[in-house]
Design a protein around this ligand. Structure first.
Ligand SMILES: Cc1cc2nc3c(=O)[nH]c(=O)nc-3n(C[C@H](O)[C@H](O)[C@H](O)COP(=O)(O)O)c2cc1C
Length: 220
């Protein structure tokens, strides 16, 4: 698969097979992702990879917090309001998911289920967390985003599927304590990683994108 095909065919994967992921493959993915660019080559990324009993125990803790109604305290707050263009795209995504998958994220009960699926890392064999020093500037968040995309593309190139998950950072303080991450760092993103279950309807929806002309102006 060439680079363009890799970029264009990556999609969020939310159902996985039971096939375990060899550590060697994950190391290869991380080895590629570390070549992401960063502001002054600061490389402001730290990674925890969770599998097996540790991953199960984290899911159990997150589900317990959720079930008892603990208020989410993510290090990066969930956005409240969106400008009209972005809001319209969110509504289009929700409409398409409701029509095509019967999953209507405007329904509170469906949101509850979706949150629980996130805390279970969609039953993927691997969960990954990305974090960095909380005092770093917005440029470093940008850099971590570049790292995350490089990670997901490298995973895709190796036949793995992944989904980036803001929801997996809902209980940031408790998650950091569980993972042995100092409170002085910010938990930015969780990801589920594994081999895609290609038969699952959860993976059947390809999200759309605006055409290039909608976001590009050429000046001569
Ligand atoms: C920063 C970020 C946070 C996201 N959080 C979640 C999440 O918590 N749960 C989830 O299922 N998907 C999450 N997604 C996946 C997006 O919904 C997805 O990338 C988007 O709908 C485009 O679809 P695609 O990834 O299949 O191209 C997140 C994506 C990004 C980049």
């Amino acid at each position: 698969m060439d680079a363009l095909e890799c970029i264009k065919t990556r999609q969020s994967i939310r159902a996985f097979t039971n096939q375990p992921v060899e550590r060697r493959v994950l190391e290869e993915v991380l080895e590629a992702a570390r070549w992401a660019p960063s502001y002054k080559n600061t490389q402001p990324w730290e990674v925890v990879v969770l599998t097996g009993g540790k991953k199960k125990a984290l899911t159990a803790m997150l589900l317990e917090l959720f079930e008892k109604g603990a208020p989410p305290t993510p290090d990066l707050p969930e956005p409240g309001e969106w400008p009209p263009a972005e809001q319209a795209r969110i509504e289009r995504l929700y409409r398409t998911r409701a029509e095509r998958l019967g999953v209507d994220l405007r329904d509170p009960e469906v949101i509850r289920k979706a949150k629980k699926a996130n805390f279970a890392f969609y039953n993927a064999p691997v969960a990954v967390y990305l974090f960095q020093e909380a005092v770093l500037s917005q440029w470093s968040l940008f850099d971590l985003g570049l790292f995350a995309q490089s990670f997901m593309l490298a995973a895709h190139a190796k036949g793995l599927g992944s989904v980036p998950q803001a929801f997996a950072t809902d209980y940031a303080a408790q998650t950091k304590e569980f993972l042995g991450i100092p409170a002085s760092k910010r938990l930015v993103l969780g990801l589920s990683v594994g081999y895609p279950d290609t038969a699952s309807p959860a993976n059947s929806l390809r999200t759309d994108r605006d055409p290039v002309a909608a976001f590009t102006r050429w000046l001569e």
